[in-house]
Each structure stands twice: as structure tokens, then as C-alpha cells.
Design a protein around this ligand. Structure first.
Ligand code: TEU
Length: 546
């Protein structure tokens, strides 16, 4: 049985910003299909599509109104089916996004729940509650949403009077589902089968720790008691039941969880046999560009994945966080949602240099590698968007203190010297404007430059597949000076220099390096993969240059 999820390179497609096939300024499935050659040449094994279903796009598609239809601005179901097939024909699997915690407020269930009034049985599929006080003015409890403000919104009754409240752990346009209701479970099982039947190789589970609530809806306290909605025990039963569905397919489909939990042991419980196949490594994603912190993160990651026999994942960024090139160019190189509130300067050249080295680190580690679209181009975070180009509810619900996540969702530059840089036809206007200075960052410009970020990604992915993708003996740390990470897998040593001085690489053949390595010296903020001894070349000629 092929367990592709254990070592794949998975490329995250944010459809809206990947490529615009019809010129309306919004990326679409036609755009993705027209760029499959690019993805094949990049060498990725699978694509993870952020939600592509019908949606009012109040939260970029994480507000699904119909799971069995494609968002019309993105295309049609027939196109999605064709895309899955075409991708597979070039060796690329498709992972789709499932959002169990909530649906859109335009989902027919929620529309009926509101329109049919307080006694509607549809309301049992959500969390409707009266306010705490006599007038119902106070929300049912003090829970806050993940986007910063109250997790409750008040409804209006069909007669126009103020009614009950409903729960939304994210935006008001994303009402939370009640997973105690059998229809909620049955519907999701059916949705999984709908997409697995259409060839989806796996699912990414959104906000995977949040779906199950304590039906008493108690206040969140610091007490040792179970949290009313984060990481509750019953959620594991849910994923075990999904695993049974996934395992019923040939080949079995993969379940990948979005699990933001600080506690590593709680995290790994999702990866026990019979549960999820993998989860995103947010510890690594949030980690500073610092040798001690990175080594600790890698060790901790491997420590918690090994006992459950799950593959680790290595994630540098996604559509929710600051672009790597910008983050690594700052004084504080950690990521946290809280620190995003402060706009701090970034040295982009330094950030891109470190991002190159970080790619060699992440790609050398055992497990799955995730690449967020645009990171292979070294795109920076766009931090000066005009207010009318900010769409993210996180910005609005924080009262404007959070910049929002639009800055990492700017449409990709493909070619040309002025916007829209081939994202769409020449006269089109991308839904978020691209910085006019992105001419050097286009795919076309980078394909013509052997030293570009894109050239490095292509080389690293190819060399990784050849030498490092297969699981082998455990990673072995090798002696190195302060500020240097050095480890071996099989006959390849990865040296990452985070110190201020060059370090001498071990003797051998340089398979790939983030910057040119002369006389065996790896410069600061750089990395190299060194093979113990030269072997017969197996990498195609054109990829041999280092
Ligand atoms: O994100 C869930 C999530 O918990 C965080 O990424 C979130 O943005 C942060 O914790 C806020 O404090 C997922 C998706 O990746 C994100 O794009 C969606 O907005 C969110 O779920 C709601 O579906």
C-alpha cells in the first residue's frame, strides 16, 4: 500500500490567488488547470486546495454554503472533476479542505433555521441559545471568537423582534455546527464520500480541535477541567469514524488535521493508529530563526510523532500567517497571531536568504513537506494594502488592530513586468492588487535565473525525492559548532548555519546549497546538503548544478 502522505511534498493552492483563467480578477480552477505543468515541474506530489466550494467568501471560502458545488467564481463541479483527473495524469494527488466546525450563514440549514423561527428543528443543528438575562441582551456566555470579538450574534425573529443568539467561533457569517446532532455527522460522512468518490486523495481538516462542544456551554475557566470546546475527548471518536470511511477506499484516503495545540502530547493523540494520518506542524512554523529553538522544535516534533508512528510535517507558512521571507527578515522571527498586531520593519534580502536555508532544513527532515503557493517565489507579505483591499474578517473583528491575512494572499505574479503579471489577461485587475515592483519575482523571471528562489525549490524538491524522501534510519545529529544545525539521514548531511561566521561543511559532494558553497564553507544564514561520497549520478543532468 502506497503511503504517499508519509513523505510527500504538498503544495497549498489558495485558488482565489493562484491563476485567473477567465479574467475576472479572481483565481479559478481553469487557472489552476492551465498551470498544472508548472506544478509538475516544481515536483510536488499533491495539491491541497483551500475550500473551493460554493461560498459567499466571507472568510475566503471557509464559509461553505454548498459542499457539493464549486464556488461559481472558481468554476464548476465538472471542472473540479477534470482538474482532479488532469492533476493525477501528471502524477499529482488532490487534497480538499473540510470545515467541520461551521458552515456559512447562507448554508440552507442555517437559512432555514433563521427563517423558520425560534421553534425550527433546524436550530438544533447549530448552537442557538437565549441571552443570559431577562431581556436576552447578554450573550449566553462570555466565549470570544478566534477572530477577537464575541463568539455570539443575536438573531432577529421573523416578526422583526430580537431573538436568540447563535454561536460562531469565527466570523458571524460562520455559525458553529452542533456535532451532537446525527444529521451533522451524516451530512459530513456523505460529503467525504462525495469527494472521495471523485478521486480526492485526502482531506485537510480545518480547525480540527474545535468542532465538539460541551453542550452545557460553560464559561472558559483556567480550571483543570476539560475545555468547553478545544480538544475535547469525543473529537477522537469523530476522527476514528472518518478514518474508517477513508480506509474503505482503495487506495485509502488520507486525513490531515489543522491542529493548533501548544501541548505536544495532546497534539500527537490525534495521530494515534486509527485516527488522522498527519497534522500540520505549527510549532515549527512559529519557531524563531534560532539554532537552539529550531533544534528543540525538530527534536520535540520527532519525539511526539515516533511513538504513534505518524509522519512529521514541516510547514514554513500558510494562508493565515506572515510570509516566510518577511518574517525571517525581522528582528523577531517568530510567528504569533498576537505579534502580527505590530508592523515592524523587515530586511527582505535577509529574509529571503534565510527562507532559502529554511527550505533546505525543512526539506531534509523526515516526513511531509508543505509549501504555500508563492513561497517558492520568495514573495513578501504585502503590508501596505489600501483599506478597500482588506477583506479578512480577522482585521474587522479585531477592531482593525490586526492587519488581517490578505497580505499573504496576494495573487501570484507569473510573467511580464507590470500587474497583473500574467495572473489574468493583460487588462484584468486582480482582486487584491499586486505591488508594481514584483517584476523580478515572477515565475518567468525566476525560471530564467539559476540563482532564483524558484530554481532552488525545484532543485531541492527533486534532490529530496531522490535522496531523502524515503524513510530510513532515524535522523542523527552530528557534532557542530554553536549556531549550527547539522544532521544526517542515510549518507546525506544537512548543515544549516545560523551563526555569524562561515562553517566548514563535512567533506563530500554538495547535492544542493542555498547559496554557492566555495571551498566547503557554508556562509551565515545558509544551508547545504552534502553527500558522504560521490555516487553514480542519478539526478537528471540539468538539475545537478548546486
Ligand atoms: O484557521 C483556524 C485557526 O484556528 C487559525 O488559523 C486562526 O486564524 C487563528 O487561530 C486565529 O486566532 C482555519 C483556516 O486556516 C482559516 O483560514 C479560517 O479563517 C479558519 O479556520 C476558520 O475556518
Amino acid at each position: 500500500m502506497e503511503q504517499w502522505w508519509r513523505n510527500a511534498v504538498v503544495y497549498q493552492v489558495y485558488v482565489r490567488s493562484f491563476a485567473d483563467g477567465n479574467g475576472d480578477g479572481v483565481g479559478d480552477l481553469a487557472g489552476v488547470r492551465s498551470r498544472l505543468g508548472y506544478l509538475r515541474d516544481l515536483g510536488v506530489d499533491a495539491l491541497w486546495f483551500t475550500p473551493w466550494y460554493e461560498s459567499p467568501l466571507a472568510d475566503g471560502g471557509y464559509d461553505v454554503s454548498d459542499y457539493r458545488a464549486i464556488e461559481p467564481t472558481f468554476g464548476t463541479l465538472a471542472e473540479a472533476e477534470a482538474l482532479i483527473r488532469d492533476a493525477l495524469a501528471v502524477g499529482i494527488k488532490t487534497v480538499i479542505d473540510i470545515v467541520p466546525n461551521h458552515v456559512s450563514d447562507r448554508h440552507p440549514w442555517f437559512v432555514a433555521a433563521i427563517e423558520d423561527g425560534p421553534m425550527s428543528p433546524m436550530r438544533d443543528r447549530f448552537w442557538f441559545r437565549p441571552g443570559q438575562d431577562v431581556g436576552g441582551v447578554e450573550p449566553p456566555n462570555g466565549w470570544t471568537s478566534q477572530f477577537g470579538d464575541a463568539a455570539w450574534s443575536r438573531t432577529q425573529n421573523p416578526d422583526g423582534s430580537k431573538g436568540d443568539w447563535y454561536l460562531h467561533l469565527f466570523a458571524p457569517a460562520q455559525p458553529d455546527l452542533n456535532w451532537n446532532h446525527p444529521a451533522v455527522r451524516a451530512e459530513h460522512e456523505d460529503v467525504l464520500r462525495f469527494w472521495f468518490d471523485r478521486g480526492a486523495a485526502g482531506i485537510r481538516i480545518d480547525s480540527a480541535t474545535l468542532a465538539i462542544k460541551d453542550a452545557e456551554l460553560p464559561e472558559v475557566t483556567d480550571a483543570a477541567a476539560e475545555h468547553p470546546y478545544v480538544d475535547r475527548e469525543e473529537i477522537h471518536d469523530l476522527y476514528r469514524s472518518w478514518r474508517t470511511i477513508a480506509d474503505g477506499y482503495d487506495p485509502p484516503r488520507a486525513l490531515i488535521g489543522e491542529i493548533w495545540l501548544d501541548d505536544h502530547d495532546r497534539f500527537s493523540r490525534y495521530l494515534r493508529p486509527g485516527e488522522l494520518h498527519g497534522a500540520f506542524n505549527f510549532d515549527f512554523l512559529s519557531c524563531a530563526w534560532d539554532p537552539i529553538a529550531l533544534r528543540r522544535s525538530v527534536e520535540q516534533t520527532l519525539r511526539v510523532h515516533t511513538p504513534v508512528d505518524a509522519p512529521a510535517s514541516w510547514v514554513l507558512s500558510n494562508h493565515d500567517v506572515t510570509r516566510v521571507a518577511t518574517r525571517y527578515g525581522r528582528k523577531d522571527t517568530t510567528f504569533s497571531f498576537a505579534a502580527k498586531h505590530v508592523r515592524v520593519p523587515s530586511d527582505l534580502a535577509l529574509g529571503q536568504r534565510r527562507a532559502r536555508a529554511a527550505l533546505l532544513l525543512a526539506a531534509a527532515l523526515p516526513g511531509t513537506l508543505y509549501v504555500y503557493q508563492g513561497d517558492e517565489l520568495g514573495l513578501p507579505e504585502v503590508e501596505d494594502l489600501a483599506p478597500e483591499h482588506i477583506h479578512d474578517p480577522m482585521h474587522f473583528q479585531s477592531g482593525g488592530t490586526d492587519p488581517g491575512r490578505d497580505g499573504c494572499r496576494v495573487p501570484l505574479p507569473w510573467d511580464g513586468t507590470t500587474p497583473p503579471f500574467g495572473f489574468g489577461p493583460p487588462a484584468s485587475s486582480p482582486w487584491i492588487p499586486q505591488p508594481p515592483g514584483w517584476a523580478d519575482l515572477t515565475v518567468a523571471a525566476q525560471l530564467a535565473d539559476d540563482g532564483s528562489m524558484l530554481a532552488l525549490y525545484r532543485r531541492v524538491i527533486r534532490v529530496r525525492r531522490h535522496y531523502l524522501a524515503e524513510e530510513g534510519p532515524p535522523l542523527e545529529w552530528t557534532p557542530s559548532g554553536d549556531g549550527v544545525l547539522s544532521f544526517r539521514r542515510r549518507d546525506v548531511t544537512c548543515v544549516v548555519n545560523l551563526s555569524a561566521e562561515p562553517v566548514t561543511a563535512p567533506p563530500g559532494r554538495v547535492l544542493v546549497a542555498s547559496v554557492p558553497v566555495a571551498d566547503g564553507q557554508v556562509p551565515p544564514d545558509a544551508a547545504a546538503w552534502i553527500q558522504d561520497r560521490p555516487t553514480a549520478d542519478k539526478i537528471p543532468n540539468k538539475e545537478q548544478r548546486t
